[in-house]
Design a protein around this ligand. Structure first.
Ligand SMILES: Cc1cc2nc3c(=O)[nH]c(=O)nc-3n(C[C@H](O)[C@H](O)[C@H](O)COP(=O)(O)OP(=O)(O)OC[C@H]3O[C@@H](n4cnc5c(N)ncnc54)[C@H](O)[C@@H]3O)c2cc1C
Length: 755
């Protein structure tokens, strides 16, 4: 194919090079297939796609050759591959047969082959390789459609692009495989996804890498591909394996080392929990550590999926308009890009109190119902507007701002708590209602007890609420046990951010051996909470409603240096971790498997929070030391199970080094009011994802999308969602429209030149 292509006359041809063929590369081809099928180009177009893993469409993340135990952390119904009717910016859509959603793709596959594995429902959590199979199918479909368009040809290269150089106005592509001829591109799309970095100077990664080089110690600085880094010879039954991280990557590692080694998770009689049956091929022990000592929380059942428009949370306080007002009234003047004056806000001092308020209001709405939420919002209206004016004395610390809102929230919340206490001690609803005319006591008590006991108990709850017998009421109340793990004492139901981020307080286990037991108890509680879903559980609804549904508001506040440099660092290093833990975890089933591994004593989490990693010089091993638990474990090998942020100056890929060294991209220097230079790692990009090169020129012939664009902008990581006018697809539409315009303009120039 390469040779045939080389022999063609390419003088009038426009050449597009796409580097990376994962999901974003697939979405890009879909857009071109849709637009060019409807309006074929005037001149030939060659589309060259490079994918170093060779898995065109899936890329390495969703590769079908990865272990079957690695799961997607999205439900089937939330994935698509193509623009749909909601993407109103798309000028043309493909015929419906070419753009199944992931759910439809699975069902089609099931109907064709009868393979039960594809018989997934919209709310199921799929393995990543199945998503990969679908991506490969769709990628192929789009290539076929493009190749049918007169003048359009798609060329695939299973090779890494290692260099890009501007030669006579075109970009010469160098790839790792010498058999591939030099390709020239008029426009380049980089959808290279996640990469890995060299260790930064002075980091523990650098230290352990050095130590591993000098001793026989096995240290993997990255976990993927699992088959490559989690090597059997260093992780077999004779090895104690350490794992840095307790997030999604670590979960992939744990499942690979257990289920992937022939172990089985047997479902218990409760139909929910598992018992792990070891195969004997697992490591001697796996020791998991993380800064917080906590696993990512279980993702709640997604009840919003039934009607996203209705159920996804729309911000009440945390809105684009509030961010604008806060910026106007409290922002600190700074010099931004192109010497433009901008105002930066402090995430913790200015914005976090609003985040807190939004979460608290969702929490209380779920706990006490819609009517109560309306009253709460009336009570908060004036204090909130006053806060936005920036004229209070509460912006000096996070605690001041939070306390300001807590005081106003508690005016009403405390009244309701008293009502619950009165009822629990035997006062009939009728009597309580007489003293609280402004509140619908029956409604808020039934919502409260249904939350604690489950809606299955609704009839019994309404019966007892009608009772006039104090003894019956108090006896019923005293006998309550929540099957969902809720505390019955209403005082335990104040919204608490602290409890969410530090569910196991340090004083409870300091210096003792209690930590694993407490962590296990917490995980079991968390899984029960998650089973109640993201609409009916107060804390899961608050986390999901704010940190997932309002992500775009966070992005609006943070993108392009929206926070002060200092608070941007805090946001990235601390709050993004909270985001991952509270709102981006694995599904309940996977988290149940983690608890089963801990119970089976295969997975050891006894080191706890704030661990240190120390070298054991005498035997060339590593100690994992719990600074809070004072517990330490020696490991024979260590896997770093965390993803790396894009860092153009440290990236291991020759491509980024070369783009940087040639001046085609530069590292984003964070706009900062003070002289301290802060370079977070990402590429300096415009809003439409073009790099600003080292001479300050905006290069519209190069575009970076997906994780490759993270840094200047947030939340670029993720798959496309169907029927959501989804931003991932909208970014692809913007790119394709600009690309097609550039191509048409070049064609026009060619015509003029030939005239
Ligand atoms: C382990 C992991 C699990 C994830 N799970 C989920 C999930 O469950 N749900 C979700 O929504 N998101 C998930 N993500 C986020 C992920 O970013 C997106 O799902 C999606 O993969 C992004 O698509 P992409 O095409 O931009 O990048 P990628 O999927 O990373 O694809 C980019 C491709 O570019 C190729 N490439 C890179 N450099 C070169 C080069 N120089 N030359 C040639 N080829 C190159 C790579 O081989 C890679 O296959 C996960 C990410 C990771 C790393």
């Amino acid at each position: 194919v390469y040779e045939r292509y080389q022999q063609q006359d390419k003088s009038s041809e426009f050449s597009l090079v796409i580097v990376g063929a994962g999901p974003n590369g697939t979405y890009a081809l879909e857009r071109l297939a849709a637009e060019l099928t409807a309006e074929p180009p005037d001149n030939p177009l060659a589309i060259h796609v490079f994918e170093k893993s060779g898995h065109f469409g899936a890329g390495w993340v969703h590769s079908p050759s990865q272990p079957k135990s690695s799961m997607l952390n999205r439900i089937v119904g939330q994935i698509t591959f193509a623009c749909d009717e909601t993407n109103t910016k798309a000028r043309h859509l493909l015929d419906k047969q070419y753009r199944p959603t992931f759910f439809e793709w699975c069902q089609n596959k099931y109907k064709l082959g009868g393979d039960e594995f594809f018989n997934m429902q919209a709310e199921d959590w799929p393995p990543r390789y199945i998503h990969g199979l679908a991506l490969i199918d769709q990628f192929r479909t789009y290539c076929d459609l493009l190749n049918k368009i007169p003048g359009v040809s798609v060329h695939l290269y299973d090779s890494e692009v290692v260099g890009v150089e501007l030669v006579a106005g075109r970009y010469q592509i160098t790839s790792a495989k010498k058999s591939i001829p030099r390709i020239f591109g008029d426009h380049l799309l980089f959808v290279t996804g996640h990469s890995t970095n060299q260790p930064s100077a002075g980091s523990y990664v650098e230290k352990i890498t050095q130590f591993a080089k000098q001793s026989d110690f096995y240290y993997a600085p990255f976990a993927y591909p699992l088959k490559h880094y989690v090597k059997p010879e260093y992780t077999d039954k004779d090895h104690v394996v350490g794992c840095v991280g307790l997030g999604l990557t670590a979960i992939d590692v744990f499942l690979y080392l257990t289920e992937g080694r022939g172990g089985k998770f047997l479902l218990n009689d409760d139909g929910r929990t598992y018992t792990y049956q070891a195969s004997g091929n697992e490591p001697k022990k796996i020791v998991g550590i993380s800064q917080s000592g906590l696993f990512t929380s279980a993702r709640p059942f997604n009840a919003k999926e039934q009607d996203l428009e209705k159920y996804e949370h729309k911000g009440i306080y945390l809105t684009p308009s509030s961010v604008d007002q806060i910026r106007r009234n409290l922002g600190i003047p700074t010099v931004g890009r192109d010497a433009k004056a901008i105002k930066q806000i402090d995430f913790e001092k200015h914005l976090f109190p609003i985040v807190y308020l939004e979460m608290a209001v969702i929490h209380y709405k779920v706990l006490f119902g819609e009517d109560f939420a309306k009253q709460l919002s009336e009570t908060l209206s004036v204090p909130f507007q006053t806060y936005l004016l920036g004229e209070l004395d509460v912006y000096q610390s996070l605690a001041d701002g939070v306390n300001y809102f807590v005081t106003h929230l508690n005016e009403l919340v405390k009244k309701v708590f008293v009502i619950v206490e009165q009822f629990v001690s035997g006062t009939p609803v009728r009597k309580i209602q007489q003293l609280n005319e402004a509140l619908n006591v029956n409604a808020l008590l039934s919502c409260y007890f249904e939350t604690l006991l489950g809606i299955e108990q609704a009839d019994e709850i309404s019966r007892i609420l009608l009772s006039n017998l104090p003894t019956e009421i108090s006896q019923w109340s005293a006998s309550l046990v929540s099957p969902l793990g809720h505390e019955i004492d209403v005082k335990q139901h104040y919204f608490s951010w602290e409890k969410l981020i530090t569910p196991i307080p340090c004083h409870a286990y300091k210096g003792s051996k209690d930590y694993p037991r407490m962590l296990l108890e917490y995980m079991e509680y968390d899984q029960l909470q998650a089973s109640q879903g993201n609409l009916l559980n107060p804390s899961k609804a608050a986390c999901d409603g704010v940190w997932r549904d309002l992500r775009q508001v966070f992005a609006l506040a943070a993108d392009f240096g929206g926070f002060t440099a200092q608070s941007h660092k805090v946001f990235i290093t601390r709050y993004m971790r909270y985001h991952n833990r509270l709102a981006n975890g694995a599904c309940i089933e996977v988290m149940e498997k983690m608890t089963a591994l801990i119970r089976a004593k295969i997975l050891d989490v006894s080191v706890g929070p704030m661990p240190n990693i120390e070298e054991s010089i005498e035997d060339g091993k590593i100690w994992l030391v719990g600074t809070e638990t004072e517990h330490k474990v020696k490991v024979d090998s260590l896997i770093d199970a965390r993803l790396h942020e894009l860092n153009v100056r440290l990236d291991r890929m020759p491509l980024y080094k070369q783009l940087y060294n040639k001046g085609l991209i530069k590292a984003w220097v964070y706009p900062s009011a003070k002289d301290n230079e802060y370079i977070p790692g990402g590429i300096e990009l415009t809003k439409d994802f073009h790099p600003i090169d080292q001479s300050g020129f905006i290069n519209r012939k190069l575009t970076f999308l997906g994780p490759a664009s993270e840094g200047v902008m947030f939340f670029q990581v993720g798959a496309a969602r169907p029927y959501q006018n989804h931003h991932v697809l909208n970014d692809i539409i913007d790119w394709s429209e600009e690309f097609l315009t550039q191509m048409a303009a070049t064609n026009q120039c060619m015509i003029l030149e030939s005239v």
